[in-house]
Design a protein around this ligand. Structure first.
Ligand code: SF4
Ligand code: SF4
Length: 363
């Protein structure tokens, strides 16, 4: 398995990291030992970055990882998270995670799911999450303090510029890369490690393999391989987190990690231009449309609408509710001034789509 440096931490992480959010039940019940066996298998095959969080997989993921870690020898790195905003609550959650994982220290502890700059300021406030995490780091309970985010590239640039973190985990894939590119570049330039999550667009890419077949390059047997390779080929990205819930997924992802080579910036740009040209009905998340007089976050609505186009309305509604945390009713504020459509690089019928989405809210 190829490894890359994780920022300036001195750690080298496997280009494919284990995403601990896709463990599955055996029938109606959890077989924690069977799930832990997958983690051990991945480690035996060279994966050394293991990402989990409270709540993943009906709150079983940390326990599964903890079971596996008991038997794993050699070096590996543990990542978990807390979305708590108050220092006291974060501390309680950290202590519970340490106990579940059977660890005295978390390698990469995430201030989890920073949604906006305002949210970041709340975490940074006196008595808040970051203060408590720093104290825990001084005590040796945390090795590296990092954050995960759904912020825009520009917002990520601001956060990393303030120097509180040694790394960032960010959703990045062939569907949303223009939305976050700038943040990746800023993080890399400041010496932060970068993990990417959601490389398969929340399953949208493999579930619509025919639609996304155009992303396959020479040597890519599947769209999954192509999508993982797209992320891992970025010089800025240290590890690509891939969710693994079966033996086949572990072996398949490991095989991809063994054949990855870092592409040149020119090669990455060539893939990007091919993608932008092919995604002509989809929002690419470039955000040129963000000048709405009604303060509608157009790009977020349009990225959620992607899910309707490729999956269904429920998937799009879920994206709005759980990922962007925006009410569909906000779309009703559109006065059809046309500003966003004039700027849209994809020439999308934004007002028509917003009107449709407002209707879903009423349904
Ligand atoms: S058309 Fe609607 S969404 Fe677009 S800028 Fe005007 S008010 Fe905002
Ligand atoms: S709606 Fe158009 S301009 Fe706005 S982010 Fe999507 S593709 Fe870019």
């Amino acid at each position: 398995m190829e490894t890359k440096p994780y920022g300036k931490t001195g750690k080298r992480v496997s280009v494919i990291g284990y995403g601990g959010m896709r463990f599955r039940k055996s029938g109606d019940a959890w077989d924690l030992d069977a799930c832990a066996a997958l983690v051990k298998l991945a480690h035996e095959r060279g994966v050394n970055y293991f990402d989990t969080a409270p709540g993943y997989c009906e709150d079983q993921s940390e326990a599964i990882m903890g079971l596996a870690f008991k038997e794993m020898k050699g070096d590996y790195y543990v990542s978990t998270k807390s979305s708590e905003k108050s220092g006291d609550a974060l501390r309680r959650q950290l202590e519970r995670s340490l106990a579940r994982l059977g660890r005295s220290r978390i390698t990469f502890f995430h201030i989890w799911c920073v949604l906006t700059l305002d949210d970041y300021r709340v975490r940074m406030a006196k008595g808040g999450a970051v203060e408590a995490a720093r104290r825990a780091k001084d005590e040796g309970l945390i090795e590296h303090l990092v954050f995960s985010t759904h912020c825009t590239g520009e917002e990520i640039e601001t956060i990393v510029g303030e120097g509180a973190f040694e790394g960032v985990t960010v959703g990045y894939n062939v569907l949303n890369f223009p939305f976050r590119q700038r943040g990746l570049a800023a993080a890399h330039a400041r010496g932060l490690g970068v993990a990417t999550m959601n490389p398969l667009g929340g399953g949208m890419i493999p579930q619509n393999a025919d639609y996304f077949d155009f992303i396959r390059g020479p040597g890519d047997a599947t769209v999954v391989e192509a999508a993982l390779r797209f992320n891992a080929a970025h010089r800025e990205i240290s590890t690509v987190l891939a969710g693994m819930g079966t033996r086949e997924e572990v072996l398949g992802n490991v095989a991809i990690g063994e054949t990855l080579r870092e592409n040149t910036p020119q090669a990455v740009e060539a893939i990007k231009s091919k993608l932008s040209g092919s995604l002509n009905e989809l929002c690419t998340g470039c955000r040129y449309c963000e000048y709405c007089p009604q303060e509608i976050e157009v790009s977020k609505f349009m990225q959620a609408y992607n899910k309707k186009m490729i999956q269904n309305v429920d998937a799009a509604k879920g994206e709005m509710k759980w990922h962007w945390r925006l009410p569909l009713e906000k779309a009703e504020a559109c006065i059809a001034c046309g500003e966003c459509e004039n700027r849209c690089t994809q020439h999308l019928p934004i007002t028509q789509r917003l009107k449709e989405m407002a209707g879903w809210g009423a349904a």
